[in-house]
Design a protein around this ligand. Sequence first.
Ligand code: HEC
Length: 173
Amino acid sequence: MKRIVFMLIAAVILACGVVFTNPAAGRANEKAAPTYGIKLPPGYRDWKLISVAHEEGQLNDIRAILGNNIAIKAYRDERLPFPDGTIIARLAWRYVPSEENNRVFGRPQSFLAGPPTNVQLMVKDSKKYAATDGWGDAQFEDGKPDDTALLKTCFPCHEPVKARDFVFTRYAR
Ligand code: HEC
């Protein structure tokens, strides 16, 4: 009986198309971005930290640069170029003051991650993305991929760091 109930529940879940995802693990399996056909990889939110960065001006964000296991190993081994399978993810959030923290400090000095802005990905596949020196690019806002025009800007702007395989971020020790 228990088994039948379980199977019924499972069937209902499948029929409803419900997919269980852990929001803490980051959104995944969304639509693929254009040009390079990249999707948000499952579990990217749990990847290891390469470094952090803060942009002022119009962007005014705070960002974490994360890598999958292949990326992290390459960084730690100081291996260049990055091997196929490397994925580097750049997650960004609005850079906002924290009134809560400032009350504790007694002066305005605390800033932290506000609402998320977008996620950028660099994916290494030397065959598939041979035309762009092995790198495919993608950007997602709220899990939705950004368009082709934007993706045209990625690779040329990373050109100045060609000697580091087009990757700006250094590993923060
Ligand atoms: C105006 C130049 C410019 C453009 C356009 C640009 N980038 Fe970058 N990108 C940078 C710089 C500079 C950094 C390092 C600074 C930082 O992390 O904020 C960076 C960092 C990154 C990182 C972290 C790894 C690294 O190289 O440091 C990723 C991933 C990334 N960009 C992907 C993209 C994608 C995808 C696009 C296109 C949608 C894109 N970038 C467009 C300049 C650019």
